[in-house]
Design a protein around this ligand. Structure first.
Ligand code: ATP
Length: 360
């Protein structure tokens, strides 16, 4: 079983804590994506799992075995890097054979493994080519093939598609899904690209500033963000975030800022009571707002963006608040005009001033 378990993992470089108290269990055969912005600690985490770095604190288990101090080459793990890391002076075949020879496989076994893998990855006709004769996509396939040929218990991918153009990325993304279905091995895949994470990940671990923000499947991440960071990070176009104050008038609660006021249609629970007169953040996706001639609120249209079949209307609510609304149907709108709109309260997320979700 290739269950990967990280317990209380931290990593310090000088004064910088690149990772803090990471606890994570990836079940056998699961495709896990580590997602986060540049510098959040993704590669450091992968390097610790691969054995290229040692954690400052904590333990790493693969199956029942504690591999925290085990040398990298003894871990039964294969890693694919962003820059492919192919040997330029070796042919594609020899690049894939290299690790197998080091492991002591005989020539027949090596040939049979490489032929099988190159068939899967569609690079059978490139086995005698050298890396410089290949396109970026083909080099990526060779690097992936080299990892697969080793038949490791765990695959690690560090932003493997980020050097490719948009079209090829989409193509190879689909290949990764098929490959994983075929091989059924545990995968840890690092990316800063939320679309890649949502498409590939069976479980997604969102990291920021070296700390886990949320672990869940992609749909849950989108529908149920645990904090402001995840809410802002996941979703294209991003969620609208408006800083407001929670006000109570008699028995009614509302969120207010400048001329904008949103009445809350929920009970005043203990948590909300504590936040009265305090700053909170309202989050609502562009699809959670509806333009309507009898809407409760009014705003000026700043500009309209059309992306394929979708149009988004940017509204100015006040001198400091702008929001993005997904246009439903084929409503006619004009820049500079006023429109009325409603916010669907069932689609509203609230966060406190520390960015933690307020559950209503
Ligand atoms: P990117 O997506 O840009 O590759 P990342 O999320 O993979 O970023 P890491 O490379 O893990 O981030 O780096 C996390 C932090 O640790 C960064 O602030 C980085 O500067 C720092 N760091 C990483 N490796 C070292 C090192 N060997 N020595 C000192 N600091 C390091």
């Amino acid at each position: 079983m290739a269950v990967l378990r990280l317990e209380n993992i931290s990593k310090r470089f000088g004064k910088l804590w690149a990772l803090s108290d990471i606890n994570l269990e990836i079940p056998d055969g699961r495709f896990c994506v580590i997602l986060g912005p540049s510098g959040c600690g993704k590669s450091t985490l992968l390097n610790l799992i691969a054995g290229l770095e040692e954690p400052t604190t904590g333990r790493i288990y693969l199956g029942d075995k504690d591999i925290t101090k085990l040398a990298s080459h003894k871990r039964d793990i294969a890693m694919v890097f962003q820059n492919y890391a192919l040997y330029p002076h070796l042919s594609v075949f020899e690049n894939m054979a290299f690790g197998l020879r080091v492991k002591g496989f005989n020539d027949d076994e090596i040939r049979s493994r490489i032929e099988r893998v190159s068939r899967i990855l569609n690079i059978e006709d490139k086995l005698n080519s050298f890396p410089k004769e290949l396109s970026g996509g083909q080099r990526q396939r060779v690097a992936t093939g080299r990892a697969i040929a080793r038949e490791p218990r765990l695959f690690l991918f560090d932003e493997p598609l980020s050097n490719l153009d948009a079209r090829l990325r989409i193509e190879l993304r689909a290949e990764f899904i098929k490959l994983h279905r075929q091989l059924k091995r545990t995968v840890v895949y690092v990316t800063h690209d939320q679309v890649e994470a949502m498409v590939l990940g069976e479980m997604v671990v969102v990291i920021n500033d070296g700390c886990i923000q949320q672990i869940s499947d992609p749909i849950e991440l989108y529908q149920n963000p645990r904090n402001l960071f995840v809410a802002k990070f996941i979703g294209i176009p991003p969620m609208n975030i408006i800083e407001l104050r929670l006000i109570r008038e008699d028995k009614e609660l509302s969120l207010e800022m400048d001329n904008f006021k949103l009445r809350l249609t929920c009970e005043v629970n203990k948590r909300l009571n504590e936040l009265i007169n305090k700053k909170v953040y309202l989050g609502v996706r562009p699809s959670g707002i509806e333009l309507s001639s009898d809407g409760q609120n009014e705003a000026e249209i700043m500009f309209i963006e059309t992306i394929g079949e979708d149009s988004f209307v940017h509204l100015r609510l006040s001198p400091t608040i702008e929001i993005n609304v997904r246009l439903r149907d084929r409503m006619v709108v004009k820049t500079g005009k006023s429109v009325r709109f409603n916010i669907d309260f069932s689609r509203v997320y609230l966060f406190d001033e520390h960015g933690d979700r307020i559950y209503l």
